[in-house]
Design a protein around this ligand. Structure first.
Ligand code: ATP
Length: 215
C-alpha cells in the first residue's frame, strides 16, 4: 500500500487561510504524501462562482507554490461540464489503485453531503477527512448520522491501512474565514489582509476581482 494522499475540492473563489491551514495540518498530522487542491469547474450543488475558472486556478497555484506538500490538480477545470466529486474520485482511484485517498472537506460540507450527486458511493472510493468550521457542529441529520455510525473512526491509522471507507473528524482549530466574507470585504473596499496569502491578495488587486456586486 502506498502513502495516502489528500484531495481538497472547492470553488476557491478565492482560496483562503481557512482552506490552507487545515490542509497543512492534515498533511502533517496524518502523514499524507501530498494534499492536492482540486478547483471545481461548476459546482453542481451551489450557485455559479463569481470568478472565471482561470482566475480561481491562478489563485490556487499562487497559494500553493511556496508550500511543500500542497499541489494543484486542475482536472475538473479541464472538463467543460459540471464536475461531480464521485466521478473525480473514480478517475483517481483508477490512476492510483494502491493509494488511500482522503477527500478533505469542512463540517458544512459533511452536514449536507446527502445532497451531493451519488453521495452514497463516495466512501467506496475515498475516506472523508472533515475539518471543523465555526457555526457547524457535528449535529448530523438522520442520514448523515447513519453514515457516520457506519463509517466514522477515531483511529487515524485506518486512513493509511485502508484505501477508502472511513470518516475521520480532524481536530483542527476553527478559523472563521470564508470566500464569501473575503469577496464582501473587497466589494466594500475593506482590506482582506491575513485572511488569504499575500500573493493571492496581490493577484486579486491586479486583476480587479470581486469589485462589482453580483447581479
Ligand atoms: P463560499 O464562502 O464561497 O461558499 P468557502 O469559503 O466555503 O466558499 P469553498 O471553496 O466552497 O470555500 O470550500 C471548499 C472546502 O473547504 C469545503 O469542503 C469547505 O467546507 C472547506 N472550508 C472552507 N472554508 C473553511 C474553513 N474556514 N474551515 C474549514 N473548512 C473550510
Amino acid at each position: 500500500m502506498k502513502k495516502a494522499i489528500g484531495l481538497l475540492g472547492g470553488t476557491f473563489d478565492p482560496v483562503h487561510i481557512g482552506h490552507l491551514r487545515p490542509a497543512i495540518q492534515i498533511l502533517e498530522q496524518l502523514e499524507l504524501a501530498e494534499v492536492r487542491l482540486l478547483p471545481n469547474y461548476i459546482p453542481p450543488h451551489r450557485a455559479s462562482p463569481d470568478s472565471a475558472p482561470a482566475h480561481r486556478l491562478a489563485m490556487v497555484q499562487l497559494a500553493t507554490a511556496q508550500t511543500p506538500g500542497l499541489t494543484v490538480d486542475d482536472r475538473e477545470l479541464k472538463r467543460d461540464r459540471p464536475s461531480y466529486t464521485v466521478e473525480t474520485l473514480m478517475e483517481l482511484r483508477r490512476e492510483l489503485p494502491d493509494t488511500p485517498l482522503c477527500f478533505l472537506m469542512g463540517m458544512d460540507s459533511l452536514c449536507s453531503l446527502n445532497r451531493w450527486h451519488r453521495w452514497q458511493e463516495l466512501l467506496e472510493h475515498a475516506h472523508l477527512v472533515v475539518s471543523h468550521r465555526p457555526g457547524w457542529q457535528p449535529q448530523f441529520n438522520p442520514t448523515i448520522s447513519a453514515l457516520y455510525l457506519a463509517h466514522g473512526t477515531r483511529d487515524s491509522e485506518q486512513l493509511q491501512r485502508r484505501l477508502s471507507g472511513c470518516i475521520y473528524l480532524f481536530d483542527n482549530p476553527e478559523l472563521d474565514i470564508s470566500s464569501t466574507q473575503i469577496r464582501n470585504h473587497i466589494r466594500v473596499g475593506n482590506n482582506p489582509q491575513y485572511l488569504l496569502p499575500e500573493p493571492v491578495a496581490d493577484y486579486i488587486r491586479e486583476q480587479g476581482l470581486y469589485q462589482s456586486p453580483v447581479l
